[in-house]
Design a protein around this ligand. Sequence first.
Ligand code: SF4
Ligand code: SF4
Length: 359
Amino acid sequence: MSENTKPRSPTESGCPDGFQYMHPLMRKNYGNWDHHDHPRPGVLKHVSKDGEPIWTVKCATQRILDTFSLRTLCDIGDNFADGHVHFTMRSNIEYMVADEAKVQPLIEEIEKNGFIVGGTAASVSSISHTQGWLHCDIPGTDASGVVKSMMDELIDEFKNHNMPNRVHITTSCCQINCGGQGDIAINVQHTKPPKIDHDLVGNACERPSVVARCPVAAIRPAVVNGKPSLEVDEKKCICCGACFPPCPPMQINDAEHTKLAIWVGGNHSNARSKPTFQKLVAAGIPNNPPRWPEATAIVKKILKCYKEDGRPWERMNDWIERIGWPAFFEQTGLPFTKFHLDNWRGARNSLNASNHVRF
Ligand code: SF4
Ligand code: SF4
């Protein structure tokens, strides 16, 4: 093969090595940390086995950052921290400083620029959300908008350690829920199967890709009005919305039938109890941009009950496990409806994961 016809070697080969971007003290003490504590909400102090301390100041961002905000945040890192930052999975930016005297001026500069310090320990950390409109082709709502409007209402819970333990909230813009689970999760819920625009299917879609996309094999090729199209077996359809990206004529997003649902008690950690799946507690909530007041009111109500009744260190799932699901619905005032029961035909295997039914 001549030099000119050689395939280009890949220029993108995964994440770069993170060590080169780390604060020198963190690099030096990698694997050598002794303990950490929380001098104040939003600030962590880690001490190495050799007695070297480093302070981390956590600052919330709106997640989808414009270049002006990003430059402002980086300038703060250069001028008031030690020039090293890192982003957390919940879209917080963290500044590291090796000198305690720099902590307070750094916090003042962050707040002067309109950002917020907090989100550590027993607070409501910033909400993590799925990729949304920026990267994905099937969102049924604007997950980042839900984050912004909810965190505006929960700002005091972000800035203070008021909760029994940390609270992780997630939002997802479709039922596939690529954002994972949390103590509280707000997910889109399509409530009806897709409506097919048959005139467009033949022009816009590769039918085999759409058929292959359905996780429950509910889509079949069909001929409608003499033209190749598709049909959906509505008894099988689980209204997931996965057929919409390869075939936009499979209309499933709908102002009336696309709703939000709230799930609670998801926990990946096995620190005090085993990991748990989140469970549905409120369904059919209006998908109501730009501020989603109905969903926010329910989240605030759940947080209030957890704050008042949770014992120190209990995560949301531990609290519910202790008081039981009937008490959870009584305390929060949320109605228990037929939608809380998993009536999917494969549910024999999963009923023990739903709220009230046990076999
Ligand atoms: S939750 Fe669904 S729509 Fe949103 S980014 Fe993930 S896969 Fe895409
Ligand atoms: S919404 Fe989901 S389950 Fe229903 S037809 Fe489309 S891909 Fe299949």
